[in-house]
Design a protein around this ligand. Structure first.
Ligand code: FES
Length: 153
């Protein structure tokens, strides 16, 4: 083997060793390949997120408050978790705003008028639009003093 062949052979070996270790390094940073973009629940990577509002914003039956993607609704008197519902604030169809309609005791999408029970069940799907909806997520709530917290999971 002359000097030129030796350098070519060594160069190929160095290239392969470097590219292999570089690829391994890129794959060993702890990145699971998932996205860091917040999901529709507002969390990242499926981690639960707590959203809190003051109970004074939900003082009367039928009162509602949207905060960080959560629609809080007071459905009855009292200061226990069962007096409230916390659900998604955006429709799972195409992201229309959801509002509680107290007179009918249901949640309605302001975009295509899908309707949901306060337990998240579907009453009807989108009107004058293709596609369907899934049931709304209902978040667990806890009361702490003068505030209520929903855990988006
Ligand atoms: S976005 Fe709600 S029904 Fe279409």
């Amino acid at each position: 083997m002359d000097r030129k062949d030796f350098l070519i052979t060594v160069g190929k070996g160095v290239f392969l060793a470097c590219s292999g270790s570089c690829l391994l390094a890129a794959c060993s940073t702890g990145d699971d390949g998932g996205s860091n973009v917040p999901d529709t629940n507002g969390g990242t990577g499926g981690n639960p997120v707590d959203v809190t509002v003051n109970l004074s914003d939900l003082a009367t039956v039928g009162a509602q408050k949207t905060q960080n993607g959560v629609l809080f609704i007071r459905i009855s008197e009292g200061e226990t978790s069962s007096s409230f519902v916390a659900t998604e604030s955006l429709c799972p169809h195409q992201g229309g705003r959801l509002l509680f309609q107290g007179s009918a005791n249901l949640i309605e999408c302001q975009l295509h008028a899908a309707r949901f029970e306060v337990d998240g069940g579907i009453i009807r799907g989108p009107q004058n639009s293709s596609g369907s909806v899934r049931a709304l997520k209902i978040y667990t709530t806890t009361i702490n003093g003068s505030s209520i917290t929903a855990r988006k999971a």
